[in-house]
Design a protein around this ligand. Structure first.
Ligand SMILES: [Fe+2]
Length: 170
């Protein structure tokens, strides 16, 4: 995972720019019912980030921003819904993730209770990809959820699209 990104992402979630109702309605108009359900399951801060990412990639790519690219940008963090962590716990999870090898993160997520939720948060990329696949989402949407914390050399999406998705995520 790219932890500096998670730290920036956290700071952005504390003081987010709130999307307008019209901007959220625009995103919802692009989502299939199963995608909208995943969007709505997110916290208000994460929904705000979803809309912001979708707006950024629309403005960045213009006519090249296909539905699946915009939705990939919007729903890449839906795995966080399974961790049920508040702001303080997300900070703690981010710090834990900086020092814990990925294999240990998987061990942590297999535990119950609070530590298990920390591990779940740190595996939100994999968990989100599973949720999106189960929702019948386009391959690009599933792939970006799975890969958005990986290094560019690991991305399977068209590099230009993946770079735009990363820019939109801030
Ligand atoms: Fe993420």
């Amino acid at each position: 995972m790219q932890w500096p990104h998670l730290v920036r992402r956290f700071i952005g979630s504390v003081v987010p720019r709130q999307p307008t109702q019209a901007e959220e309605a625009w995103l919802l108009s692009l989502l299939r019912p199963s995608e909208a359900a995943l969007y709505r399951a997110q916290s208000p801060q994460d929904r705000s980030h979803s809309v912001t990412c979708a707006l950024r990639i629309r403005d960045d790519l213009g006519a090249s921003a296909t539905n699946s690219i915009v939705v990939a940008s919007a729903l890449h963090d839906v795995g966080k819904t399974r961790a049920h962590l508040g702001t303080f716990s997300r900070v703690l999870a981010t710090v834990v993730g900086m020092v814990l090898p990925r294999g240990k993160v998987e061990d942590l997520s297999a535990r119950g209770g609070y530590l298990g939720r920390i591990g779940t948060y740190l595996r939100h990329d994999e968990i989100g990809a599973d949720l999106l696949m189960a929702a019948g989402c386009h391959r690009t949407i599933v792939a970006w959820a799975f890969e958005h914390h990986q290094r560019p050399e690991s991305w399977t999406i068209d590099p230009k699209i993946a770079e735009a998705l990363a820019r939109a995520d801030g």
